[in-house]
Design a protein around this ligand. Structure first.
Ligand SMILES: Cc1cc2nc3c(=O)[nH]c(=O)nc-3n(C[C@H](O)[C@H](O)[C@H](O)COP(=O)(O)O)c2cc1C
Length: 365
C-alpha cells in the first residue's frame, strides 16, 4: 500500500536514474549489519515447507533475486533482510565496461514490464570480488558471468573461465549467461559447439578450485525446439548442474503498450508480465524433456505467490524475480513466501519439492 503510493513518485523519474539512486541507498543500508538484521527480524520467518535442497545447496526459501538488479554485488545482505532465499549478482565481465549508451532502461507500465538494453554495464570482476568479500549474511549467492563486448565470440570461453576463476571462492553457485539480448552475438553462444566450449571451460575451472560449485546455464525464452534439444544435450554431456529459464525476450508480441511507442524505444529485452507465460511454457518443456532430473530455476513475470507457484508446478525447483521487485516493492519476497506456504497447504503438500513439476505429474497419471 505504502509502496503503491511511493511507486507513483518513483515512476515519474527516469528509470535508470531512480534505479541508481535506490541502489546507492540500498548499498549504504546493506553495509550496516543493524539495518539488514533488523529487516530480517521483521521479515524473515523460517518456514519448513519452503526449505529444499537443489544441486546440493540447501535453500530456506525458493524465492531469489534475478541477475541484473544487483550487478555489482552490493545489496547481498539487504536481500537477506528482505526475505529472499538467494540472490544472483552480476552479470560480471572480466574487464569493466560502460554498457550501451543511455537511455537504455524503460518501463512499460501498461504491461507491467521493463524494456532494457543495458549491455552488461559493470565495474569488472576485480571490483565485483571486493564486494563479494564484504558479504556477512548467510544468504545463498550466485555469481552470473558473461563476456566483454569486445571479446570475439570465437574466444568467449576465455572470459567465462576468467570470471569463474575469480569468483569461485566467494559464491555458492555460478551462472553462465549466454542469453542476454544486448551484447552482440552473445545469444549465438547458445549453439551447441560454442556452448560446449564455454560450459567445459567453466566446469573445468570450477573442478580445479577447492569448492565444487554447481554451475547453471541461463537460457533465452526465444529459442526453437531444436535449439532447446541441442542445449539440453550439451548440458547433459557436460554435467552442467541446472538451467535458469529464462532471460528477457526480444519478442514484442501481445503487448498492451502502443506498438509505435514500443518501437520508438528501440531494441532491448522485455521482462515482467509479458514473459511469464513463455517462461512457464519453457520450464515445462525443459522439465518434460529431462524427466524432472535437471534442476530448473524459473524466472519471468513473477509478481505474486500464484505466479511463482505456476512456475514451480511447471517444473522449477527455485524461482527468481527482477521486475516484480520494481512493481511490487521491497516486501515482494516476504509476501510470496507466505503465499507459497498457503498454496502448498491448500494442495496438500508438506514441502515445496512435492509441488515441483506437479502439473506434469498430474497430466501423465
Ligand atoms: C534492467 C534489467 C537488467 C538485467 N540484467 C541482467 C543481467 O545482467 N544478467 C542476466 O542474466 N539477466 C539480466 N536481466 C534478466 C533478469 O535476470 C530476468 O531473467 C528477466 O528480467 C526476467 O525476469 P523478471 O520478469 O522477473 O524481470 C536483466 C533484467 C532487467 C529488467
Amino acid at each position: 500500500m505504502i509502496y503503491r503510493l511511493l511507486r507513483k513518485i518513483l515512476f515519474k523519474v527516469d528509470a535508470e536514474r531512480i534505479h541508481s539512486i535506490m541502489h546507492t541507498i540500498g548499498a549504504f543500508l546493506s553495509s550496516y549489519q543493524i539495518v539488514w538484521r533488523t529487516a530480517a527480524f521483521f521479515y524473515r520467518r523460517y518456514m519448513p515447507s519452503l526449505r529444499s535442497t537443489v544441486a546440493g545447496i540447501t535453500f530456506e526459501s525458493p524465492v531469489g533475486l534475478a541477475a541484473g538488479f544487483d550487478k555489482p554485488g552490493e545489496l547481498i545482505d539487504m536481500m537477506y533482510g528482505l526475505d529472499f532465499g538467494f540472490t544472483e549478482v552480476g552479470t560480471v565481465t572480466p574487464r569493466p565496461q560502460a554498457g550501451n549508451p543511455q537511455p537504455r532502461l524503460f518501463r512499460l507500465q501498461q504491461d507491467r514490464a521493463i524494456l532494457n538494453r543495458m549491455g552488461f554495464n559493470n565495474d569488472g570482476v576485480e571490483r565485483f570480488v571486493s564486494a563479494l568479500k564484504k558479504r556477512k549474511s548467510p544468504i545463498i549467492v550466485g555469481g552470473n558471468i558473461g563476456k566483454n563486448k569486445d571479446t570475439d565470440v570465437s574466444i568467449a570461453e576465455i572470459d567465462y573461465r576468467a570470471c569463474a576463476q575469480a569468483i569461485a571462492p566467494f559464491v555458492d553457485y555460478i551462472t553462465i549467461n549466454v542469453s542476454s539480448p544486448n551484447t552482440p552475438g552473445l545469444r549465438s553462444l547458445q549453439n551447441a559447439t560454442e556452448l560446449r566450449r564455454i560450459i567445459v571451460a567453466v566446469m573445468d575451472q570450477v573442478h580445479t578450485s577447492k569448492r565444487r560449485l554447481p554451475v547453471f546455464l541461463k537460457i533465452a525464452p526465444d529459442i526453437t525446439d531444436e535449439l532447446l534439444r541441442d542445449i539440453l544435450h550439451v548440458v547433459n554431456e557436460t554435467h552442467c548442474n541446472g538451467l535458469i529459464v529464462s532471460n528477457t525476450t526480444i519478442s514484442r508480441e501481445g503487448l498492451h503498450t502502443d506498438v509505435a511507442d514500443v518501437r520508438a524505444l528501440g531494441d532491448g529485452g522485455i521482462s515482467g508480465a509479458p514473459v511469464h507465460a513463455r517462461a512457464v511454457q519453457l520450464v515445462s518443456r525443459c522439465y518434460r524433456l529431462t524427466n524432472g532430473a535437471l534442476p530448473i530455476i524459473g524466472v519471468g513475470g513473477i509478481f505474486t505467490a500464484d505466479d511463482a507457484y505456476e512456475l514451480i508446478c511447471a517444473g522449477a525447483s527455485l524461482v527468481q524475480l527482477y521486475t516484480g521487485l520494481i512493481y511490487e516493492g521491497p516486501s515482494v519476497a516476504y509476501r510470496i513466501n507466505r503465499g507459497l506456504d498457503r498454496l502448498l497447504r491448500r494442495d496438500g503438500f508438506t514441502s515445496i519439492t512435492q509441488a515441483v513439476g506437479s502439473s506434469y505429474k498430474n497430466s501423465v497419471q
